[in-house]
Design a binder for this molecule. Sequence first.
Ligand code: FE
Ligand code: FE
Ligand code: ZN
Length: 276
Amino acid sequence: MFKIGCHLSASAGYNHMAKEIISIGGNTFQFFTRNPRGGKAKDISEDDIKKYHETAKGNIPCILAHAPYTLNPCSADPKIREFSLMTMADDLKRMEYTPGNFYNFHPGSHVGQGVEKGIELIADQLNKIITPEQTTIVLLETMAGKGSEVGGRFEELRAIIDKVNLSDKIGVCLDTCHVYDAGYNIVDNLDGVLKEFDRIIGLDRLKAIHMNDSKNPFQSHKDRHEKIGEGSIGTDAMARIINHPALRDLPFYLETPNELDGYAAEIALLKSLYKE
Ligand code: FE
Ligand code: FE
Ligand code: ZN
């Protein structure tokens, strides 16, 4: 089954998101666990969760939560690191209302401390929040390598995973815009990039794909998403990505600059390009 969806607003709750994604032709969705700039999460409503499970049953095989993108687990400021730690630990508790799903986060920016120090701080945080009981897989997102971002190279993600004790709870989410920006040529050499991913990280770690075209050319380290087919990656490369034997069974999430009707059109486009 082709698993395709997009990023949705979580403000009206889980059941609303489930109904919304079904209404635009999708069968999985991504959402922010709380305000993307951080802050307190809304209380989980048991009633909403119950209705969500009824709606999702047989229709939505998995979902992907996204941590606030302003968290920085490898900040030089201990207070900022502590805030990230508390937020992610709380998010992981909340994730157990929808067991067996995925929680994606941006590894962070080392802000001049150096990539090795960054990797150490990120792994340290993961070791403090991941529990053997949790059913959620925590995903490191591949980054564009903007500024001092950690995670622009597959080797950096590998190094984080190697330092995590409960590493069976860790996976990777590949963002097409980010990897292309970071210098992995998924347009002209998708096979080569995936071989490299497999050699360095292992394809068994790859759990989800963010489907974004890019406003900027290859290797520009800018991280500006574009609508499918309107950027430097293009529709043909997107079709090869969703049909690639190593990727075709993964869930795909659009994070393109769109409202719901734009997402509906992109979901329909990708479904038409997917070879059943
Ligand atoms: Fe992200
Ligand atoms: Fe992304
Ligand atoms: Zn991005």
